[in-house]
Write a protein that binds this ligand. Structure first.
Ligand code: FAD
Length: 341
């Protein structure tokens, strides 16, 4: 087992609510480590609607999903939160001496006195393309995410899709690949126009292939890919490839949280509205993942939940310290923590 990373509060999910929890916990001197399955902070805001305007964040008449996340990151900077991205929290257990041990899908171990589940709709999981037998190649030759670009150096890559992920990885991996082919079912893309133009320029320069079509079969054995059969507008053709990267979007599933021994109500975690604690003392749930009478899945509701949860978490981590209610406007001690005095 890898050596445990220790923190006061482990936050599962770095969406807007997990991020704001760092602020409320930080004001109470609690250190946080956030883990997210995605490769950046922001949850739904950055993954699903980075450029869409939000109109119901208090004091921001309009703010985009990405800008909200950028502002939250700026606001929590004084508390120096630690982040681990590209990891799913897979296991969670209570330690006999108190506190919790969490493990990721890559085997990292975290120990914390308190766990805050801010996992939104659960984990974003890649949509599997409808190619017969693809499961046998997954994790060996077929990958739904790029964790280390170096793993793809010198390979014959087939990237499938027409959104931002497909185009971003086409542009990033092209210099490393032995050969790269992008396949999309039509000539129009959902990705940023600049990325599409850069991809087309590389195609013109003969540095990658772009073909219209849909992958219908894989060739290879024992999980080792040799090629793919693509159904094109003028009939089937073959693409020689050693790695396939399909980017067909993400769906949200509760994932491993379902196995953590918490009471669940239709894939949501019931909590009380005083502490936002789950059925397991010391494990809190805030944001879209929780449920209580009157719950609204709004960002501002999650922010309120984070503030009340922090007070309860403080009493667990530092049971002998008195929690004094203070305003950031007038408390020099809070202002010192924020680095503004
Ligand atoms: P999320 O944003 O879902 O973040 C949860 C994070 O947890 C994700 O990043 C996920 O990868 C991670 N995670 C989950 N499970 C694990 C695990 N096991 N291990 C590691 N990481 C994990 N709300 C508003 O208030 N106003 C709006 O105008 C508005 N517009 C919206 C428009 C759209 C199109 C959508 C889809 C939503 C909108 N919402 C809006 C809702 C808002 O985005 C959510 O309420 C908010 O994102 C919830 O924040 P969260 O931090 O609870 O969860």
């Amino acid at each position: 087992m890898k050596e445990a990373i220790r923190t006061d509060v482990l936050i599962v999910g770095a969406g807007p609510v997990g991020l704001f929890a760092v602020f409320e916990l930080g004001l109470l001197d609690l250190k946080c480590h956030l883990i997210d399955i995605l490769d950046r902070p922001g949850g739904q805001c950055t993954e699903l609607y980075p450029e869409k305007p939000i109109y119901d964040i208090p004091a921001w008449p309009v703010i985009s999903g990405q800008e909200l996340v950028d502002r939250l990151m700026e606001q929590i900077r004084p508390f120096e939160p630690q982040f681990t991205f590209n990891r799913m929290v897979a296991g969670l257990e209570r330690l006999p001496e108190g506190g919790f041990r969490a493990t990721t899908d890559e085997g990292e171990v975290f120990e914390a006195k308190v766990v805050v589940i801010a996992a939104g709709g659960g984990s974003f999981q890649p949509k599997r393309p409808p190619i017969p037998g693809i499961e046998a190649y997954e994790g060996k030759s077929v990958f739904y995410a790029v964790r280390r670009m170096e793993d793809f150096r010198g390979e014959d890559l087939l990237i499938v899709g027409g959104g931002d992920s497909a185009l971003d990885w086409t542009l990033n991996l092209q210099p490393l690949a032995h050969r790269l082919t992008l396949v999309h079912r039509r000539a129009e893309f959902r990705a940023a126009p600049d990325s599409v133009n850069r991809m087309l320029a590389l195609k013109e320069a003969g540095k990658l292939d772009f073909r219209i079509g849909q992958v219908k079969a894989l060739e290879g054995e024992d999980g080792i890919l040799r090629g793919a059969v693509v159904k094109g507008p003028e009939g089937d053709f073959e693409v020689a490839c050693t790695r396939l990267l399909p980017f067909f979007g993400l769906t949200m599933k509760l994932g491993p949280i379902a196995d953590w021994g918490l009471n669940l109500d239709e894939n949501l975690i019931p909590v009380d509205t005083e502490r936002f604690e789950t059925s397991q003392p010391g494990i809190f749930a805030i944001g879209d993942i929780n449920h209580y009478p009157g719950k609204l899945k709004l960002i501002l509701s999650g922010f309120h939940e984070a503030a009340l949860m922090a007070q309860a978490a403080k009493r667990i981590v530092h049971p002998h310290e008195k929690v004094v209610f203070q305003y950031t406007t007038s408390s020099t001690s809070l202002q010192r923590k924020l680095g503004v005095t």
